[in-house]
Design a protein around this ligand. Structure first.
Ligand code: COA
Length: 374
């Protein structure tokens, strides 16, 4: 039998073919179904991007309207999930989100109906903002704000979160944040959703797996770590000594480095521009610190291929939108559910169960010793 090839972290391994997202790491470009993220973030809404990812084509006006209305109608949660969110108000928001998605399966009469997978994925995605906003309000002991079908996905989220309709710039910034994080090729959480769906498990299981994988600080959790870092640095002139100390201690600096990008992540400039547009003095101070960290890290580690990733800037935008740090990973999830859903559908269209090997390095043929003799 051929020797197993071990590729640590699956670096450079393609697990299949896809027409959804392309991260051009060498040139620092990102495409969804062939369209540059730079164009999509400027000209499309998150709903339009989600339609594109799910259908591999941009919608016409009527298709978009139908899709928007369908999403908007699916926002309400079963009352038991509202109660569960209340009971777990002290739990980390990603744990509440993961549990809520899993629990939704119990309110679907046919969770395993294989012909309704796409529709179920859309219904799950439609509920993400409601789950997250309810978690936020429940923690603050404030009344839940029911979704408003007249508002777009991003706008309605901010409305449910803060209790009043956001201004146009804030809604546009939230929409951009969702579009920018909607898809990113075969990242860890997408892989988790694809592995789960490859067993033909239902969409609730696939999305639950993905939320779980996104939680860690090496993936979605990095944004929160960046904000902690900005607060620890405190002022732009402290960035350089801070970076030096981290490097001396051989610690990784959150918001930098990426498995695929060999240059600056193309999403950084958009997060920064929206933060500049909507933010005030506090945001400007945070951006100064981020820029100073970036200069220091690029000087020290640019040669090694360590460049800023999107998480370096996204937290500053969320902060300007009044979203607390504990919720940043859920913002990522609320966006990426579009990409997870697209990959789940693509995997199902060409499915083979994902079952790799692991190279065994233990012993074989050991003499068994009964428990009383050990
Ligand atoms: N700060 C300092 N050094 C870093 C670094 C960072 N953020 N990211 C990578 N490096 C260094 C590693 O220490 C390693 O150095 P070595 O070869 O001397 O041991 C080298 O660069 C390769 O890093 P590695 O961890 O093997 O890369 P990876 O592809 O396995 O990991 C990340 C990619 C994103 C997980 C990693 O860059 C990281 O942990 N970044 C910080 C967390 C983060 O921002 N995550 C969000 C990603 S979108």
């Amino acid at each position: 039998m051929a020797e197993d090839t071990v590729v640590e972290g699956l670096e450079g391994v393609a697990i299949g073919t896809s027409r959804i997202g392309y991260v051009d790491g060498g040139n620092g470009e990102l495409y969804y179904c062939g369209y540059s993220i730079d164009e999509l973030v400027e000209h499309t809404s998150y709903e339009e991007t989600m339609y594109l990812l799910l259908n591999n084509t941009l919608p016409n006006r009527q298709q978009l309207k139908t899709f928007e209305e369908h999403l908007a109608k699916q926002r309400m949660l079963p009352v038991d999930i509202e109660n569960m969110i209340d009971w777990t108000a002290e739990a980390p928001p990603m744990d509440v989100l993961r549990t809520s998605v899993s629990m939704l399966a119990a309110y679907d009469e046919e969770p395993n109906n294989q012909s309704q997978v796409k529709d179920k994925l859309i219904k799950i995605a439609a509920k993400f903002p409601t789950i997250i906003a309810y978690t936020y309000r429940s923690r603050k002991d404030e009344d839940l704000v029911k979704p408003d079908e007249e508002l777009g996905h991003a706008e309605n989220f901010l409305y449910m979160l803060h209790g009043d309709e956001p201004d146009e710039e804030a809604a546009a910034a939230m929409d951009a944040a969702l579009t920018l994080y909607a898809e990113h090729g075969m990242n860890a959480s997408t892989f988790a959703s694809v592995v789960t769906t490859s067993t033909l498990a239902n969409p609730y299981s696939a999305v639950t797996s993905a939320v779980g994988a996104l939680q860690g600080p090496l993936h979605g959790g990095a944004t929160e770590a960046v904000v902690d870092m900005i607060e620890a640095v405190g002022a732009a002139n402290q960035a350089e000594p801070f970076v030096q100390q981290k490097l001396d201690e051989e610690e990784k600096i959150p918001g930098f480095g990426h498995r695929v990008y060999e240059t600056v992540d193309p999403r950084c400039k958009h997060f920064k521009a929206h933060a500049q547009t909507i933010g005030g003095d506090e945001t400007r101070k945070r951006l100064d610190i981020v820029d100073a960290l970036r200069t220091a890290v690029e000087e020290e580690l640019g040669d090694k291929g360590i460049w800023p990733n999107a998480d370096l800037y996204s937290g500053t935008l969320y902060n300007a939108l009044g979203i607390p740090a504990a919720f940043y990973t859920t913002m990522f999830a609320m966006a990426r559910v579009a990409g997870w859903s697209a990959h789940v559908l693509e995997q199902r269209s060409q499915n083979r169960i994902i079952r790799p090997r692991i190279k065994y390095t233990g012993d074989v043929g050991k003499a068994f010793i009964p428990v009383e003799d050990r």
